[in-house]
Design a binder for this molecule. Sequence first.
Ligand SMILES: Cc1cc2nc3c(=O)[nH]c(=O)nc-3n(C[C@H](O)[C@H](O)[C@H](O)COP(=O)(O)OP(=O)(O)OC[C@H]3O[C@@H](n4cnc5c(N)ncnc54)[C@H](O)[C@@H]3O)c2cc1C
Length: 279
Amino acid sequence: MLHIVACIKQVPDTKIIKMNPKTNTMDRASAPAILNPYDAHAVEEAVRLKRRYGGTVSVLTMGPPPAVKAIKKCIEIGADEGYLITDRAFAGADTLATSYSLTKALEKIAQSAPIDLIICGKMTIDGDTGQVGPGIARRLDIPPLTSVNKVAEVNREEGYAIVHRKLEDGYEVVRSKLPCLLSVEKEINEVPYSAMPDVIRAARYQPHIWSVNDLEGVDRTQLGLKGSPTIVSSVWAPPKPQGGELLQGTPQEQIDRLIGILLTKRELFQTGGGAADEL
Ligand SMILES: Cc1cc2nc3c(=O)[nH]c(=O)nc-3n(C[C@H](O)[C@H](O)[C@H](O)COP(=O)(O)OP(=O)(O)OC[C@H]3O[C@@H](n4cnc5c(N)ncnc54)[C@H](O)[C@@H]3O)c2cc1C
């Protein structure tokens, strides 16, 4: 029986989040928190594999207490158990510290049931780095398989998985030993509406909640801000695009107007040479 752990993160909905114009940082309160869309596909794939081969799906997240909501969403998708690690000591973590904390939690989960497969999303929609999955794999010394868009086979008895990895011009088929870590693309599956029994179960479900003291052998210097060598030197929102002008009139009038506009922007062309001279 497979034991699959999907790592999931609660993120602000970046489609509607606002930037704070003074600090140039995300105003997290301005948008609802949702399950990272890539992670929904990670959980769905874990659930599909459970149905195919039998087993258990656990989900793991590091975040503040409201991240319980994201775990419940995963239970709706069909996960069996959820684990939240939450503690002030984890706050301010960059991807290095995040992967360290998650690895410590994975080691603890594995004590009760050894893990065959870890599935992550390709990336988050707020941090966007795609580093956490490979970071966990490196720390656990297991193969990281990124850009996975199909899981062809998982054979626990013989200890291997065969997956398809998306490339720019196609895909490659990779056979890896188990346990391994997959970072999955959105097109790996479609996440359907949840079944009513799963929705009811999710509403009642209480995840396992661990603080740093519940984890074993933790080096506190590798946690949170203290364990984060990344320095964000500056962040800014791109300027809003200026309104354009709709060219009107006859085709000739539109061409004349366009040339007029281009001539007023002549300096834009001068560094490139050629183009301005030809106008
Ligand atoms: C100096 C610094 C301070 C920061 N402080 C904070 C902070 O206080 N609060 C904050 O929210 N962010 C903070 N961040 C952002 C934080 O580094 C990232 O959100 C986090 O490390 C995950 O990276 P990512 O979002 O790029 O994930 P990616 O690497 O893009 O995620 C890939 C996959 O890894 C898994 N994953 C990622 N994060 C988690 C998680 N937390 N739990 C479980 N699985 C996960 C998911 O499967 C995800 O799809 C900080 C960043 C820096 C550089």
